[in-house]
Design a protein around this ligand. Sequence first.
Ligand code: SF4
Length: 268
Amino acid sequence: MRKPAATAPSAAAEPRRRDTSASRTAKFAAETRLGLVRRARRMNRTLTLAFPDAHCELDFTNPLELAVATILSAQCTDVQVNMTTPALFARYRDARGYAEADRTELEEYIRPTGFYRNKASSLIGLGQALLERHDGVLPGNLDELVKLPGIGRKTANVILGNAFDVPGITVDTHFGRLVRRWGWTTEEDPVKVEHIVGELIERKEWTMLSHRVIFHGRRVCHARKPACGACLLAKDCPSFGTGPTDPVAAAALVKGPEAEHLLELVGR
Ligand code: SF4
């Protein structure tokens, strides 16, 4: 993995000693709108240091492949999808391939990703809709994408951001959990979260922000036991202490190929 050129902000993870739990709570409770915008953008910059290579973790070579991989990723890990798609993409090369697919054969290709019957219906429907309405080509705008079978707003934003370079915020389970922990919003509804975060963070940053937040959620800020004591965002996070704050215990919770780099950044 590429190492960042930036200097590691050593001990950045640990809130200052005088920054007690009560004073932290009061500090975040008194935060102004401008303070929130500044903190959110600062956290995005910190995440850039943490994950300079953040990217879409699904493998694809064109917009249709990304759409198919994203549909398959529902209730399935990206790793499993990436193990499934090489053979699938070799067998079904374009919208017509999916539109005219033999359902039983297609289901066998995608069975390892789970919910394969529903997913096969989505892929066949997607191929047919693309042929009927878009000459077999995936459209590059949100309004048209969300009208296609199997493509909701989250999937559409993944496709726009990663296949068309149109900035998009992807509110998946990690993204929603983290921005609520950070006090960026209290909303649970993904569309509301998307709009609220879109008003905090510069538009050009939306796609990369999504990747960085999802990377952080998968590697550090886990749902059940976040690695607070080894987290580069600790001083800006109102939820510091949700997980272990002991540096050694927290370090053991950091996952992924970037673990060593992340622990270096927090001076462990
Ligand atoms: S909850 Fe803990 S791990 Fe998650 S961002 Fe806050 S300090 Fe970091």
